[in-house]
Ligand binder design. Structure first.
Ligand code: TXA
Ligand code: MG
Length: 340
């Protein structure tokens, strides 16, 4: 069933019964960089190939998130997760007890993992989950890539637990919805952070805190202010370039590198990367983190950033640039932070 068409550009959102054939086609769509909404035992996810920056950027566009929140990577098992994340005793114990199932673990990212920076919002950590739902598992297996997926609802709305809810919320999104019936649990996965010295509960969810603590043999610390600090500059764990950023640059100053957007920015014949020569915000989002890293790696002292329009993904891009430009906590103490 076609729900609504998107100005004739891309296929509109379609609901398909999750037959083996439909799952095979959906997996092929994921490999080609398209979005697929799929059922899990908790809520529906809006999935894309986690190794494809453009596909991941499209998730943020469709969800209309005003900023790049880190996404959860969906994999088949602990062995696959350990290709992308550092694995240790707590992770082994928790996945042994609860995977496949509604537990998400935040772990240090492994160097060399093909998961793109945008999927983790530039964080040095990565959230991994192995869903139990057979349709989700078949999709991951057939796609052969980790699937980055937030809950398949518009930012700020409640999570969708039926294919119809997904269609109502994201009706004109360019994606297929695999209909696997209503989600069994209807509440998101529990998110536990194992990157700090003591395990922390980031989001209460379908697995109780007491059950997690029983397996770990100790109490979880609680993170009260939400999963991530909100104030610009307080994002200590976020990737921050070593170079300074000068935003909304309309002219160049000596010694600066340029992060350009479209064709109307300042003229520059020195070091320069363009987020999107055609002014495409999805392409710009897909390139944002790697472009910042590349320019930073040259050792340049200041990166001038051309104006990026607001609206759509422009909000999230500008939010991220503002954070990267804000003074960092270490700087406030007079220490220059390391890039990384
Ligand atoms: O049940 C679920 O977890 C569903 C299904 C689709 O798997 N997914 C889901 O995704 O709820 P989402 O994006 O709506 O929520 C992911 C949560 C957010 O609170 C996010 O901040 C946190 O996980 N998260 C993801 N990666 C993180 C990281 N590297 N560090 C800290 N928090 C992270
Ligand atoms: Mg959500």
């Amino acid at each position: 069933m076609v729900v609504r068409s998107l100005a004739g550009m891309q296929p509109a959102m379609t609901i398909e019964r999750s037959t083996p054939d439909a799952v095979t086609r959906a997996a092929e769509a994921v490999r080609q960089g398209r979005l697929v909404a799929f059922p899990t035992e908790t809520v529906y996810g809006l999935g894309a190939d986690a190794t494809n920056p453009r596909a991941v950027a499209t998730i943020f566009e469709v969800k209309k998130r005003p900023r790049f929140n880190p996404l959860i990577m969906h994999v088949l098992n602990g062995k696959e997760a350990a290709r992308h994340a550092m694995w240790e005793r707590d992770a082994a114990a928790l996945t042994e007890a609860f995977w496949p199932g509604p537990l998400t673990l935040v772990l240090p990212r492994r160097g060399g993992s093909p998961i793109v920076d945008l999927a983790t919002a530039g964080l040095p950590s990565v959230a991994m989950r192995s869903p139990a739902h057979p349709v989700a598992r078949a999709l991951i297996e057939k796609a052969g890539v980790p699937i980055a997926a937030p809950s398949a609802n518009r930012s700020g709305h409640v999570s969708a637990t039926t294919a119809r809810h997904v269609a109502e919320d994201l009706g004109n999104a360019p994606a297929t919805i695999l209909d696997g019936g209503p989600c069994r649990l209807g509440i998101e996965s529990t998110v536990v952070d194992l990157t700090a010295w003591w395990p922390e509960m980031l989001r209460p969810g379908a697995i109780s805190q007491a059950d997690v603590e029983r397996v770990l043999g100790r109490k979880l610390a609680a993170r009260t202010a939400g999963a991530l600090p909100k104030a610009p500059g307080a994002m200590a764990s976020h990737y921050a370039p070593r170079a300074r950023l000068r935003l909304n640059a309309r002219e160049m100053r000596p010694g600066e590198a340029l992060l350009a957007f479209g064709s109307n920015g300042p003229a520059h014949d020195g070091l320069m990367l363009n987020l999107s020569p055609t002014g495409d915000l999805v392409e710009a989002a897909a390139n944002l983190f790697s472009a910042l890293r590349s320019l930073d790696a040259t050792g340049v002292a200041t990166i001038a950033v051309a104006p990026v329009p607001r609206g759509g993904l422009g909000e999230a891009i500008n939010d991220r640039l503002a954070r990267a430009a804000a003074p960092r906590p270490a700087e406030v103490r007079g220490i220059r932070p390391m890039a990384g």
